[in-house]
Design a binder for this molecule. Structure first.
Ligand SMILES: NC(=O)c1ccc[n+]([C@@H]2O[C@H](COP(=O)([O-])OP(=O)(O)OC[C@H]3O[C@@H](n4cnc5c(N)ncnc54)[C@H](OP(=O)(O)O)[C@@H]3O)[C@@H](O)[C@H]2O)c1
Length: 345
């Protein structure tokens, strides 16, 4: 007869393996073996594209890694992809049907993660999708990699509505597709001094949000690509669920002698800034317009819609791959290079 602690111990092992969580939610078939295929990644030097291309190559897939051209900024990344066996290609900045089609020959999955600004999201991806359909590509992974844009209603963030418009086009096209929702990347969603002079926090400090390291996002996306359990579905990566309060505490514990200055944009200020901001881009290193940035801040830190806790529409990455070990935010916040940047450390 098991005593309570033995029972609890056994249960924990099952939970860790994802057995219990998948029993109570979607009943998933076990993780299949990787089936190797040719994948074309448009935007292979980007934040997402680089990690996805690397992970795909490491899993043994044949990767066509497409950038605009070799430059001083991307050459180290292109060299690394080449070393891993990726087949490097260049568009020379062209975004037309025949350019995309040329790089999709014999490709099974197209990952589209070139940088697309708001008004480019639908037309540019539509050209790539048309080329993919004509080249016989079977699966399209569009540029999502943020909030759960399958579940949320329209009308909060303009460019996320445009991503939803493209989801509709994908659905109508009949092609297989996979939508990947990551929550926030560590770089922007953990407190650090690399982009701003002060630690910046927003709105409701106890908002629960998912945040992950780009390497983990790349590794999970690469698994999803050849996973037949994910067909015409969204996947939510939500293994690190934290709050801004927790993140600040981890930071202060890691550097107890450093006097961090902090600026907090409360909910009222977010709403005021949203009213007065326009289409200029003033954020350092940012690509969204000021209006889009404040729309995002409202959605994440006031409406609390980066992540939807109880929804069952999207698959959960930790249920699909229960043995995957994620990089933890509290460990990253101990790294002075992450917090202060290379220049300042
Ligand atoms: N959840 C989050 O915290 C978060 C944060 C940021 C982004 N995102 C999302 O992640 C997705 C992927 O974005 P990303 O940040 O990985 O992209 P990115 O790094 O901004 O750009 C990807 C690549 O696109 C290429 N590129 C740039 N301008 C281009 C142009 N005009 N024409 C063609 N190619 C161009 C560049 O490569 P080459 O110069 O080598 O050609 C660049 O490396 C987006 O949907 C974005 O909204 C999410």
């Amino acid at each position: 007869m098991l005593n309570f602690f033995q029972f609890q111990n056994g249960l924990n092992k099952f939970v860790k393996r994802g057995v219990v969580s998948s029993f109570f939610s979607n009943v998933l078939p076990p993780e299949p073996k990787i089936r190797k295929q040719q994948v074309t990644v448009f935007g292979c030097t980007g934040q997402i594209g680089f990690q996805v291309s690397k992970s795909l190559a490491k899993l043994g897939h044949s990767v066509v890694a497409v950038s605009r051209a070799r430059t001083k900024n991307n050459s180290a990344k292109l060299d690394e992809l080449y070393e891993l066996g990726c087949n490097l290609k260049e568009t020379k900045g062209k975004r037309d049907y025949s350019t995309y089609k040329k790089f999709l020959k014999n490709t099974e999955t197209c990952v589209f993660v070139e940088r697309v600004t708001g008004e480019e999201i639908v037309p540019i991806q539509s050209v790539a999708l048309k080329a993919a359909l004509s080249a016989g590509v079977q699966c399209f992974v569009p540029t999502e990699f943020g909030s759960n844009n399958l579940v949320r209603e329209r009308g909060i963030v303009d460019f996320l509505d445009l991503k939803k418009d493209f989801q509709d086009i994908l659905k109508q096209s009949g092609i297989n597709y996979k939508l990947i929702f990551t929550g926030g990347f560590f770089d922007y969603f953990l407190p650090n001094l690399r982009f701003f002079e002060k630690i910046t926090t927003f709105g409701k400090m106890d908002t629960i949000y998912p945040t992950h390291d780009l390497r983990d996002i790349g590794a999970i996306t690469a698994r999803i690509i050849s996973d037949p359990r994910v067909a015409k579905k969204g996947v939510q990566i939500c293994s690190n669920l934290i709050t801004q309060i927790q993140a600040l505490n981890w930071l202060y514990e890691a550097f107890p002698n450093y006097k961090f200055e902090r600026i907090h944009y409360d909910s009222e200020t977010i709403l005021k800034n949203l009213k007065t901001s326009g289409n200029e881009i003033t954020a350092k290193g940012g690509h969204e317009t000021d209006k889009e940035r404040w729309q995002l801040n409202k959605m994440i830190w006031i409406d609390q819609q980066l992540y939807f806790k109880d929804e069952r529409q999207t698959l959960k990455a930790h249920e699909l791959y229960p043995n995957f070990e994620y990089i933890k935010p509290q460990d990253v916040l101990k790294d002075p290079i992450f917090v202060f940047g290379k220049k300042n450390y």
